[in-house]
Design a protein around this ligand. Structure first.
Ligand code: C5P
Length: 228
């Protein structure tokens, strides 16, 4: 599993990486790691981090890093650079057939959804969690002066985890040179591979804005009730 955590979190508005914000007193990156660790399909966790965050991971969080057996690797300028670095750090481990990529900023992914996306990737080699779009979506090519409506029955919001046969992801990254992509599925599609969409849930939200922490706490309360 590659767990990109090297973002700057500009939209979160703080001076520090948003992944140091806490949910129930646990930093978001560690919350994500702990939840993933409890899933049987998750083995090694390679976490790309930025150079500026490294001192904090190596001092304040050194014990949490050691206990959760997360492997820190150097992140990059763009998310794809960070994932590439994780993929390189994975090396040529023959025992690894599938590699999952999950945003450290999505701490609340459910285990039944992890089961489902891994199972689909076992079958077809490339699968991602996604949710059907519930709002009407407008597209504009002139900054909102005019727009048209997309057929929302065909639209999904991509989430993570995104799970791929490791050879496919390596091919996709070998071919990818600089063209921006906001997720890994797009890179895999560009080499001609179909990526399956596995229905997930809005519970798997990506913490982006400060108010997302309040929503995350509410989701966590609901998830905890269902566990007991
Ligand atoms: O910015 P956003 O939240 O969409 O980023 C998704 C995930 O990718 C986050 O967990 C973030 O830390 C990570 N990321 C990264 N390297 C970058 C940019 C983002 O690891 N250069």
């Amino acid at each position: 599993m590659i767990l990109p955590a090297a973002g700057s979190g500009q939209r979160f508005g703080g001076v520090q990486n948003k992944l140091f914000a806490t949910l129930e007193h646990v930093p978001l990156w560690l919350f994500s790691v702990r939840r993933l660790r409890l899933h049987q399909r998750v083995g090694r966790i390679l976490m790309p981090i930025s150079a500026s965050d490294r001192p904090r991971f190596e001092t304040e969080f050194a014990q949490a890093v050691a206990e959760s057996e997360v492997e820190l690797v150097a992140g990059g300028k763009e998310r794809t650079d960070s994932v590439r670095s994780g993929l390189e750090a994975l090396g040529d481990d023959d025992s690894v057939a599938l590699v999952a990529i999950h945003d450290a900023a999505r701490p609340l992914v459910r285990h039944d959804h992890l089961d489902a996306v891994f199972a689909k990737a076992d079958q077809c080699g490339a699968a991602i969690l996604a949710t059907p779009v519930t709002s009407t979506v407008k597209q504009s090519f002139d900054d909102g002066h005019s727009c048209h409506t997309l057929d929302r029955k065909t639209l999904w919001l991509a989430q993570t985890p995104q799970v791929f046969r490791v050879d496919l992801l390596r091919q996709a990254y070998a071919k990818h040179r600089g063209r921006p992509a906001t997720d890994d599925a797009e890179l895999v599609q560009r080499i001609g591979i179909d990526v399956a969409l596995v229905p997930g849930s809005p519970e798997n939200l990506k913490i982006t804005y400060p108010h997302d922490l309040t929503i995350a706490q509410a989701i966590l309360n609901i998830q905890s009730q269902h566990e007991h």
